[in-house]
Design a protein around this ligand. Structure first.
Ligand code: ASP
Length: 311
């Protein structure tokens, strides 16, 4: 019988991996376990600023969340993007998968669907997140009634530091050997209202197919979308590459894509799990990507290989 395995992005992925391993140990299917892992991070206000309630908001101070889920056995998938006031977007993405003929619902309509499904509307803001947002926008703090920040400052490339992003992407293999994945995020801090990154896009932020492998991404979503990142990693595994080789190739491709536009390589990372239980991960330069690996009842953090531009 295959060993249950989970991998999850970033150090806070430990919280996800522990929850997912527990779920797998109870005999749950891979997708249920991946969602349990994602939800554990959505519920943990202490360990991040970019997943779930308490995360950093968009440029207008509004917090909107993105998530998707995928079942490697059936290729069933669901996603929500730009959804406000819903604490568990990964669970909502699962409802889109299970209860609609669609894959992706967005914004107000996703919220309306959540209400129909019995999800409560909740207040997503914490005093710390509001304080940080005000610190970034001193004009608003010092001059009540001042204009809100410009919705777009004209910057054409996204330059983010490590504190202003991060997504939890959880990939699992259950005791029957099936793969599942869940991905949940608030996206980039101070994003333009309406911006959607890779995380809720099947094939960009997440892909899972029992016949090839599962992969996920994190980092600057625009770069991951440009190369259809997770789908690319899975297709490389389908073609015989190991998860590690496939993640390295995806990072090289991001570097090459940034090079074609003459911009500084973006910070992105990929992680992958194949049907045999092999795992791998890689990131672009200066991303300092760590991911959690859970198997045999234990979870450890592993440092991913950095792929410099031009390699
Ligand atoms: N990929 C996410 C996004 O672009 C952010 C992140 O993972 O850091 O929305």
């Amino acid at each position: 019988m295959p060993d249950p395995i989970v991998i999850a992005t970033w150090p806070f992925g430990k919280v996800a991996a522990e929850a997912a391993l527990k779920s797998l140990a109870n005999g749950d299917p891979a997708l249920d376990a991946a969602i349990a892992g994602a939800q554990a991070v959505e519920d943990d206000y202490s360990c991040r600023t970019s997943v779930g309630f308490g995360s950093l908001p968009d440029r207008l101070g509004r917090l909107t969340l993105d998530a998707c889920v995928m079942d490697g056995k059936t290729l069933s998938c669901g996603a929500v993007a730009g959804v406000e006031h819903i604490k568990h977007p990964a669970a909502l993405a699962r409802r889109v998968m299970d209860r609609t003929p669609h894959v992706l619902l967005v914004g107000e309509a996703a919220k309306w669907f959540a209400l129909q499904q019995g999800f409560p509307l909740e207040v997503p803001y914490t005093t710390d997140a509001i304080k940080e947002w005000l610190e970034k926008h001193p004009d608003l703090r010092q001059k009540p009634g001042a204009n809100p920040p410009a919705p777009c400052d004209g910057a054409s490339e996204i330059n983010i530091d490590a504190d202003h992003h991060d997504t939890v992407t959880v990939l699992t293999r259950d005791a029957k050997g099936s793969l599942g994945g869940a991905c949940t995020t608030s996206g980039l801090a101070y994003k333009l209202p309406g911006r959607v990154g890779d995380s809720p896009i099947i094939g960009a932020g997440l892909y899972a197919d029992d016949l090839a492998g599962a992969a996920g991404g994190t980092g600057v979503g625009e770069e991951i979308i440009r190369i259809a990142g997770s789908s690319y990693v899975v297709e490389l595994m389908r073609g015989g590459r190991s998860p590690q080789e496939a993640c390295v190739r995806a990072c090289e491709r991001v570097n090459a894509s940034a090079g074609r536009r003459g911009v500084h390589p973006a910070r992105v990372a990929f992680l992958a799990l194949d049907p045999k239980g092999n795992v791998g991960a890689a990131c672009t330069a200066k991303t300092n990507f760590q991911y959690a690996v859970g198997r045999g009842g234990k979870v450890e953090l592993v440092q991913a290989k950095e792929i410099a531009a031009g390699m």
